[in-house]
Every structure is written in C-alpha cells, then in structure tokens.
Design a protein around this ligand. Structure first.
Ligand code: HEC
Length: 602
C-alpha cells in the first residue's frame, strides 16, 4: 500500500511537471461578462455591484492544494493593506470536486476570511481563462477588464518555498492600478494545481444537441413563461428565436436573473415551486450558446410543435369574480402604489379556499397584494389602518401561482368584509387602462382547518444614504403549535436579501429558506413541499438587508435616508408567512368570536 501511494505520488508529480509547460491563457486586457455567484456562506455577489471599488482581486482557490494553503496568509496580508484603498478581495473555487460544504470546512481549517465564490458551473473560471489554482486576477469592476493575471509573489513553487519573496507581483500590480499606471507585463506563470473542466472539454469534443440536450432544459425551466401568451416578453417558439436571443440568455443565466426567483439550493427545507435549474443544465445551455447555438442538420425543431393552454383562470371557474375598478396608467413616469378597496359583497360568512388575479395589462401591472378588511377585525383592531397589520390573503406578481389552500383548509371571509388591494404599476411607454379581475374560490362545505397569515417584520428602521448592506431582522413568536406552509419575502426596491430561520424552543435552529438575491420585480411565494410542524415557542426570524447604494440598479435615490412606508420610495421589511395553527378549526374560530386573536405579531 505504502509503495503504491509513493509511486502514485511520484507519477503525479512527474505529470504535474509535464503539464507545467502548458501555457496559460493570455487573458489580460480582455473584458469579461458580469456574473453572479454565491459564496461559501451562501451570500450573493455580483461583479457589477463592486463598481464603486478601484479593483477587484480574485484568487483561485481549491481545496487541498498546498500552494493555495501556503499562499493564503500572504493574500490576507495584502487584503489588509489594500482594503482601505477600495480594493475588494475574493477567492473563487472552480473545482468540480469541491462543494459548498467542503469549501466551508477548508476555509475554517485554514482561516480563509474572505468570501469564497463557489463557481459551480465553472463558467466564471472559463471566462477568466483559469487553468490553475493559486493564480490571482485583478479586474477593473467598472469596465470588467482583466488588468492582471499571475502569481501573488515568487515565494512559492512546487515542493519549494523561499523564506521571503523577491518579487511581489500582486502588490506591484495593485500599486500600478491605484496610481493609474500600466501593469507590468513580464509576469511568470503562477504555480498552482491544475483545474479540470470536464463539461467544457466534453462540449469542445462533440456538439451539444439542440433537440436532445437543449430543448428539454428550456421546456423544463423557461418555456412555461416564454411562450405565445405567456408572461415572458419573448417567446421560445422556434430555434431561430432562441438562437437570436441566445447571447442574452447567457447573460441572464450567468447573472442569475433567469429563471427568476432562484433560492440558495444548499440550505433550507424542500420548496415545491423552486426554480431548480442545475449547474449542469446551465453549463449545457451556455456551452451550446458559445458554440453558436446551432440546430443539428436535418432535425425537426420541437419548439413550434409545443402546445400551451392559456386558460384565463388556471384553477378552474371561480365562485366569485370581482372587477377591480379600471386604472388609467400614463405612458411614462413613476407611479405611487395605489390602494384600492374592492367590496366582496358577501351576504353571509363564507370559507375561501383561494384566489387568483387576472391582470388586465401585464405590461403595467407589477404586483398586487390583497389585504382583508373584516368588520370584526375593525372592531378589535380599532387603530389598524395601515398595511402590514392586516392579513395578506393573496396577491399577484409575475410568476406567482394562485394562492390556494390545501383542500381541507380555508379562510373565513365575513359578511361585510372588503379587500384592500395594494396595486403597483410600472409604465410601459404607452398609455393604457388596466382592468384586473379577481377570481375567488369558495369551499362548498365548512373546511376542517383554518389557515392564517402572519409576518416576521420590522417597521422601525432608517436606512442611511448609500448604505450597501443595512441589516434588518423581524421576528414572529409562535404562541401555539403551527404548521408552516409558505414563505414570502416582501421588500421594495432596496431589498437585497432575506432568509428565514426557525429558532426552536429546545435551543436548536434551522434555516428554512434563503433568497440570496431578492428581486423586487418578482414577488414569489415559496411553498414548502411538506408542511412543517413548528412547536409553540418557536421564533421565526427573517434576516435580511437593504441596499441603498448606487450599485443597486433599482434604487430610485441613493442620497436619501429611507424609512418604513407604504410607498415605493419608502421601504418595507416583511417576511410573510402562511401557517395553520394546530387546533384552529372553524368551530374554534367561530366559538371564540369575541376573543379574536392577534396574528400579525407586529
Ligand atoms: C416565471 C416566468 C419566467 C421563467 C420561468 C423564465 N423567464 Fe425569462 N423572463 C420572464 C419575464 C417576465 C421577463 C421580462 C422581465 C425581466 O427581464 O425580468 C423575462 C426576460 C428574459 C430575457 C430577456 C432579458 C431582459 O433583459 O429582459 C431572457 C433572455 C430570458 N428571460 C431568458 C430566460 C431563460 C433562458 C429562462 C430559463 C432558464 C427563463 N427566461 C425563464 C419570465 C420568465
């Protein structure tokens, strides 16, 4: 055994020596595309978000590589010296054999204290021309040009270490960049461990099949919205359409914009409506796009033959259809949220199973949140006339499915109740009138269980001007056992990320959901695959952050402080929660008429 591994070691080092002579890519001077990656702690980073920095340094990390491990302390020292000069430092792990968990372990063991971007698709490493770990890149974040590629210094070599470096390549390059001078060119190749790119090399050897490999991925992750009559702005109706849009597809894939609503797949409870495109699928699409997005000779294009039903109400004919008063929308400008009361016209109390919104004009209707105004609530909660104190009982946003309770559960709508709709419109370049409809589905018989809405939120905050990551927290303490059904983060334009953690009464805790890159454009509700029983005493905490900087493309004005408020120029920090308290039955609710409980928690 011993001799065997020794021989193997010898063989590998001979191999490494041979491969050393393979020249690296000359990437300096090239521009790379913007990209988004999660780091080893699940935090989202997008290159363009660092455009306020003078330079971005990316050190290629790989677990187990001695040169990486030995070089890291030097990198850390350089980071400490240059941080104040607005240089952002990252490690990036492109190794297919490493994963979030093993990278986090290596980081703990070797004291890596900078974000390690986990390049699961290897696409960022490919665009940088990476072939070895321990190599370092300097990128100008404003133009995304590679300014330097090479070693940190000349202290480390294969099986050799000098006590001191003679050449401090990275420091010299950073000094040049900060002084606005050209970076030295005669840089030797960096020693490090070679990175394997199996997907790239496979794609180079054989063409990816449009009909066999690409179309199934599009069908699974894109076409549901991108078809004629769907909500996507263009239709994946033929090979020619997809090919024409393919460069844009690559951009939205590597910046994690599409498919929308991506969550951190490495944490949380299983979510039934997760946009679960895999790194392998993204690789296939991008490598196919890089090859020119071809269709194989003589093939029949499957896309034009796909059929879609676009029923008006996807859950069948509703029991009640309500018309929202038509809203006139101007051609341009910012429109404040509109709060529109809609009477339910109920002659008796009813049990609602769900509701679905049919937008009149999808081009302009951005989202709707429906709040319930019930006469009983009014009596109990005299002062309650602001959003967030009420139950949100449904809503609309692109991509959001209708709000339907399980077949045995519902919500009581009392006679005399009204809906208050928060409607957000965006302008589309032409004047229009939006006449949205609401379909309400009722239970014929009294359901067994009663659903509730709640919120873990915070309304006392002030986000300073230019703050890039203003952290906020909201908490809901469960006073009774409850089943958790779904989670829906709600913030406005400055919302950056939100996650939910359950802190159990026994002292343990569990991350339920992490939305690392919150997108105001998509108000997704994330449904749990299985309802989760949370014991009384559980604290549900929403952790999030606001981005009031100019790097946030959605920010209307980074120069002003922002407080809580209903309008888009103000902010909200609400982690909406759908749950069912154990023991809440129609009898218990109606029996306890007088003692209406406060569920909102705020
Ligand atoms: C839930 C619906 C939905 C899904 C699923 C979806 N898209 Fe989209 N897509 C949209 C909408 C709506 C827009 C326009 C709004 C936007 O850009 O956010 C859009 C925009 C785009 C654009 C144009 C970008 C731009 O600047 O407007 C591209 C390209 C795109 N999608 C590609 C894809 C790809 C590729 C997939 C699958 C991996 C996908 N989409 C999945 C709804 C969807």
């Amino acid at each position: 055994m011993k001799t065997y591994s020794k021989a193997l070691l010898l063989l590998t080092s001979v191999f490494t020596m041979l491969l050393l002579s393979v020249p690296g890519h000359a990437a300096v001077g090239q521009r790379i595309g913007d990209f988004s990656l999660l780091d080893h702690q699940g935090k989202h980073h997008q290159l363009s978000w660092y455009s306020d920095q003078k330079a971005v340094v990316i050190f290629i990390q790989g677990n187990g590589c001695p040169i990486v491990r030995n070089g890291a302390p030097t990198l850390r020292a350089i980071r400490d010296d240059y941080n104040a000069a607005n240089v952002a430092f990252f490690m990036l792990n492109p190794q297919p054999q490493d994963n979030r968990h093993s990278i986090a372990q290596e980081a703990t063991e070797y004291g890596y204290d900078m974000p390690i971007l986990v390049d699961e698709t290897q696409l960022v490493a490919e665009s940088l021309g990476v072939d070895r770990t321990a190599e370092v890149y300097i990128i100008d974040p404003a133009t995304r040009t590679i300014l330097y590629q090479g070693p940190v210094d000349d202290r480390l070599g294969y099986e050799t270490q000098k006590p001191e470096a003679k050449h401090h390549y990275l420091r010299d390059a950073l000094d040049a960049v900060l002084a606005g001078k050209p970076v030295a060119k005669d840089i030797p190749e960096a020693p490090g461990c070679l990175v394997n790119f199996p997907a790239r090399d496979k794609a180079a050897g054989q063409t990816i099949s449009y009909t066999q490999d690409v179309v199934p991925i599009l069908q699974q992750h894109c076409v549901s919205c991108h078809h004629d009559g769907g909500i996507g702005p263009w239709s994946m109706s033929s090979h020619a359409m997809v090919q024409g849009w393919s460069k844009m597809m690559k951009e939205v894939l590597v910046t994690r914009r599409m498919p929308p609503g991506l969550i951190d797949p490495h944490v949380g409870v299983p979510i039934s409506n997760e946009a679960d495109i895999t790194p392998q699928e993204v690789q296939t699409l991008v490598h196919w796009i890089d090859a020119g997005a071809p269709m194989e000779e003589g093939a029949v294009d499957p896309l034009p033959t796909l059929e879609f039903e676009n029923p008006k109400f996807t859950m069948g004919e509703p029991d009640i259809v309500l018309q929202v008063p038509p809203q006139e929308i101007p051609a341009t400008g910012l429109i404040d949220y509109r709060y529109i009361p809609v009477s339910l016209n109920l002659e008796e109390d009813v049990w609602m199973r769900g509701m679905e919104f049919i937008p009149g004009d999808r081009q302009v209707l951005h989202h709707v949140i429906a709040y319930l105004n019930s006469p009983a609530d009014k009596a109990v909660r005299g002062r309650r006339d602001t959003e967030g104190d009420r139950d949100s009982i449904g809503g609309f946003a692109p991509g959001r499915q209708p709000d339907m309770a399980p077949a045995d559960s519902g919500r009581l709508l009392r006679k005399g109740s009204n809906l208050l709709l928060q409607m957000h419109y965006t302008t589309s370049g032409k004047e229009t009138v939006d006449a949205t409809e609401i379909g309400i589905y009722l239970h014929d018989d009294t359901p067994r269980y009663v659903m509730s809405g709640a919120v873990a939120g915070e309304r006392r905050f002030m986000i300073p001007p230019h703050a890039k990551e203003h952290k906020l927290e909201g908490e809901l303490l469960l006073e009774r056992d409850a089943y958790l059904f779904s989670l829906m983060p709600h913030m406005h334009y400055r919302g950056r990320y939100m996650s939910y953690t359950a802190h159990y009464p026994d002292g343990t805790s569990q991350v339920l959901l992490s939305v690392p890159k919150y997108e105001f454009n998509w108000q997704f509700r994330y449904d749990l695959e299985e309802p989760l029983l949370l014991p009384a005493g559980t604290r549900l905490v929403a952790y999030g952050a606001m981005d009031n900087s100019a790097q946030n493309p959605g920010n209307p004005d980074p120069t002003v402080p922002v407080r809580f408020g209903l309008q888009t120029k103000h902010e909200m920090f609400f982690g909406f929660i759908t749950l069912r308290y154990v023991g809440d039955t129609p009898e218990s609710i109606l029996g306890a008429e007088a003692a209406t409980e406060e569920v909102a928690g705020l």
